[in-house]
Design a protein around this ligand. Sequence first.
Ligand code: FE
Ligand code: FE
Length: 307
Amino acid sequence: MATTIIEPGVIPPHGAEAPFLRRAERAAVFGLRARRFMTLAQGHVMADFLRFMGHLAEAQQRTLDAQGAPVLPGAGQIKLCKAHGMPPLGTQTLRRDPSWREGLHSLLAQVESQANDATRAAMQRLAALPEADLEAFADRLLDGDYAGLDLAAAPLVGAALQVYWVRLATALEQADFSRPEAHTLCPACGSLPGASMVRIGGAEQGLRYLHCSLCASEWNMVRVKCSHCESTKGIAYFGVEGGDEAVKAEACDECRSYLKILNMEKNPAVDPVADDLATLALDILMDEAGFLRSGPNLLLFPGDADA
Ligand code: FE
Ligand code: FE
């Protein structure tokens, strides 16, 4: 049997079964994340924070399970996006239907009893916002325009938008997506990745996928390449001494940015959102080393993380 040697992390061009795009598993994405949060909370200095995020992820899964497909872009629009290598569910172009706000109110009702005083106050502020203000809040969060935003409430809005975009991305067919011009943005929704994953199992073994911070889709990118500027020079890996070997920061000397890379070969249970929030010490280290984080985690409660 002939053996083909391929560069680590690249999908082989012939006989490849690994998809360039892996969409979230609708029935399990947030449920698995919730379990991971609860595991990470055990004995952690930020145990209360991580446990609350676990409850929020559970609520995200229940909300997702309860809601059907949202209003989708028309077939013509999807075809046009595909022809131009554009994400069909782009946050800038897609008109959100009101069901994302129903999802938000469902999340708030489910986690209220688990929240601390500061978070409960933020929930009450959100619940009191008129529809137009809530839509403007979501627009700004999706644009990464955080100045003056209610940062304690932002992760709850972020969690609701994640549910909505997972509903969107999983309602389309795999054939509706194309590998876009920009390899650094999500092919489904155009958002930045929040982390990257070295995956295991079958054709995906050892391949690196960037994980969308919004719709949880993952797209293939070769390893040892900057996920922000695509440079292959000056890539270095940082970790916290004595920290989890499965979580590193992949840093680029060219653009001075970093993104965490989670290696399932080292720990198959790692989750791109939960493990990110459980390793904020690594973000502090990278900040001190002069690197800027290139993608967001929409669930970060700044107040809780400082405490
Ligand atoms: Fe996405
Ligand atoms: Fe770079």
